[in-house]
Design a protein around this ligand. Structure first.
Ligand code: SAM
Length: 168
């Protein structure tokens, strides 16, 4: 998948690429040896944490998070991606089909300790409403960990960041 040079993708476009994306994402160097390890390192200890993953795709990171003892709600707009995640995870995580443009209405204010967004924010034209919702559902002192592609031509492919609920 490439960043949004041609605008946002539709759920059916994500569905169509779900299987090849999942296979590639599991093993390719950028995901398996750079982005995922860095994201895991920024998340730190997740045992017992109530965690929301947005844009979970086929559930590669979700699988790690539940194995590490987090209680995970994982969300994606693509039914195809979620079907692959379900195959992998069964009932070990709560998997929801939802569009981030519609907000995180399924969570109460301050309900989660951690939110993680691995390589999804760059698919959204306007991050503001999603960041507002992430802020709303995080408990005070909770953290938001995200990774995103940087614009083409900048020399890097992926940027990583973390912020706490106190910074917006
Ligand atoms: C590059 S994949 C990353 C998947 C997973 N986080 C990973 O690192 O393997 C981006 C994912 O974001 C999802 N996505 C894109 N736009 C979305 C939206 N508006 N709401 C929810 N999910 C979205 C796509 O369906 C896709 O599964």
């Amino acid at each position: 998948m490439s960043p949004t040079e041609e605008g946002e993708l539709t759920a059916s476009q994500y569905d169509a690429m779900a299987a090849p994306y999942a296979a590639c994402n599991r093993v390719n160097a950028a995901n398996a040896y750079y982005e995922r390890p860095a994201t895991k390192a920024m998340l730190g200890e997740v045992r017992g944490a109530r965690l929301l993953e947005i844009g979970c795709g086929a559930g590669e990171l979700t699988d790690f998070l539940v194995s590490a003892g987090a209680r995970v709600t994982a969300v994606d707009v693509s039914a195809g991606m979620l079907a692959l995640a379900r195959e992998k995870l069964g009932a070990k995580a709560e998997l929801l089909q939802a569009d981030l443009h519609d907000g995180l209405f399924f969570l109460a204010d301050g309900e989660v300790d951690l939110v993680v967004a691995s390589l999804v924010l760059h698919y959204l034209e306007d991050w503001g409403p999603v960041l507002d919702e992430v802020h709303r559902v995080l408990r005070p002192g909770g953290h938001f960990v995200f990774s995103t592609f940087t614009p083409p031509g900048t020399g890097a492919t992926t940027a990583l960041g973390t912020t706490s609920r106190s910074c917006r």
